[in-house]
Unconditional design. Sequence first.
Length: 364
Amino acid sequence: MVIKLKVEYHREGMFYTVRGKRLRDLNSLKDMRERIMMVKNAVWKWHVVLTFDPKSLYHYFRSYGDVGVALSDYFDKVRGKFWGVKYFWKYEEGQKVWCIACDKKVDFIYVVGREGWVICEECGKEIKGGDLPHFHLLYDFVNRGVRCRLDNVVKTLKKIKKVKVKQTPKGKLMLLEWVEKELKVLPMKKLIFPKNWSVFDWKKWEKDQRKYENNKNKTLLELLVGYYHFKKWGNGLVLARKIRNYMDLKKYVKKDFFKYTEAKYLKGGKRKWTNSLNLLYEKGGEVSEGWVMVLETIGKFEPEEALVMVMRSKENMIEYYDGRGQIGKYIYKRVIDDIKGFIVVKKQKIIKVKEKVQERFDVW
């Protein structure tokens, strides 16, 4: 079985690479990260994580073939209370897990009713691990904005009911922006239980919430924001953290918004990240894909040869991407893992061919 990979030489960075789906996704992630940091009309103060439990995951995937429907339902509820809210989201899904029985990384399915466990798709063994699909979200609840048609501006301004509303023309549309109050403890309590917030036992509620490991060091406001979104989400665990400063945001963006992810439960062609339409970017925020133009095709090589070529220029690749504000070691590892994946596939196909040949001899 002959498998050949197209190897390209990066003339600017002076390294060899195999440009496949992985690197396209990495370029998309670079675009996303730069957009987050270059938004000029939003201040990201909240980081919210929405996770699926196995039951909800299978409900949406079985019913719609797409877990993105769950996010749409959730946003409809949040936007109803926080009209014009600004947000950025990224989808993330567990990658392959290591199966001891198969002695390799494998695809898996989730065990319904036993959270934190998955089933190896190849041998059927139950394995501990495998993150459930989840969404990372950045929010700005204070700086609001909506886009409307030019002939609908007056009507929309009446709905906003604010004295100071900034108007920015965007082609055939107008972006209207205004400022709301910061999230506070009392308004959040009223938002969660509007009818009985004053008689609700909040001390007991807070005590119960702090029993969870992830909630022990959170502020009361963070607990309330997390619980509010938990009620609106309704599909699994929800975590909420307030972002303290720019460096805090940078940490979240690097840690949670720059990971490659599989997307078995998202419909093909759907983006793994996107944002609200009320965002504006600093000049240069719309990142181009010009870097791919410096790639020169060297030829097609078997995976083992391609692996050697890429490994020889390891330091140059890492240095190049580090210099562009990306994580060079991470990108290098992903390229190497992809090539090794082709080597494994090649070996497996050779073994299967041999087994079929052997079966023919056994029959005779």
